[in-house]
Design a protein around this ligand. Sequence first.
Ligand SMILES: Nc1ncnc2c1ncn2[C@@H]1O[C@H](COP(=O)(O)OP(=O)(O)O)[C@@H](O)[C@H]1O
Ligand SMILES: [Mg+2]
Ligand SMILES: [Zn+2]
Length: 283
Amino acid sequence: MTPILQVRNLTKRYGPGCARCLESTGARRETNQCPRCRSILACREVAFELYPGEVLGIVGESGSGKSTVVRLLHFDFEPTTGEFFLSLNGNGAPKIDPGQNLFGLSAFHRRQVRNARMGIVYQNARMGLRMKVSAGGNIAERLLMAGWRHVGRMRERASGLLEQTEVPVERMDELPRNFSGGMQQRVQIAKALSTHPAVLLLDEVTTGLDVSVQARVLDLIRGLQQDLGVATIVVSHDLGVIRLLTSRTIVMRHGCIVEEGLSDQILEDPQHPYTQLLVNSTL
Ligand SMILES: Nc1ncnc2c1ncn2[C@@H]1O[C@H](COP(=O)(O)OP(=O)(O)O)[C@@H](O)[C@H]1O
Ligand SMILES: [Mg+2]
Ligand SMILES: [Zn+2]
């Protein structure tokens, strides 16, 4: 099967960098900070694929580089190095040569790719929603960016999505800042799905929610996965979330991938000492 998404050699450095950055950081060195120039290697030489319909987990402790990876794929900021390929077949996809490194596109083209083909849900709803724009308006804004023009149709689509994500449709014109945390995440999910993304990025979607709310949002995500089959990357520090949602998992530490495999195998029989520690500490 051809991957829908491919990442190669993805590195994000904060700081000036020096000749020793890569060799003196990473999982084996137990740090993501270069001792010589003090740069942070938030992620380094990360490579993986995502297949159609697959749900891939990225797990690791806080600071291991998980958010950096998904936010780079969403073009929230620029990588230091890296290649990113998407197979862009399908409706409304901008024309892009296969084999084109998306990080090499102009900002305009990257926005087009993002609007037509990607959806993201942030841990912090403030990053994904405008709190002073109604829930429906947040969705409509995204539809507008993807080229929708007919107001009535946008409203109809927004209310359909809110229903699908179990947000009471009569709250469509309310401001998300008046919503509970769980409800805000549902609106973010609705917004992310609004343009039928080829790839969905979920960054710690349920972290910080009450346990019972967490369970319901996770249920919703599972149901949507079954109904829509969107290729998804689930970022979480929580192995329970990884177990529930993903089939394959990448384990990150200090910006590196230290282990990768089927989620069941990783949870039952972790190979890397760090993964063993993660798994054992949550038993
Ligand atoms: N803007 C930034 N400037 C400097 N360091 C950053 C910045 N953003 C993230 N980092 C650092 O990069 C590392 C990875 O962060 P992040 O990707 O947020 O990890 P995770 O999502 O796994 O918790 C952390 O050490 C973090 O402090
Ligand atoms: Mg994070
Ligand atoms: Zn350095």
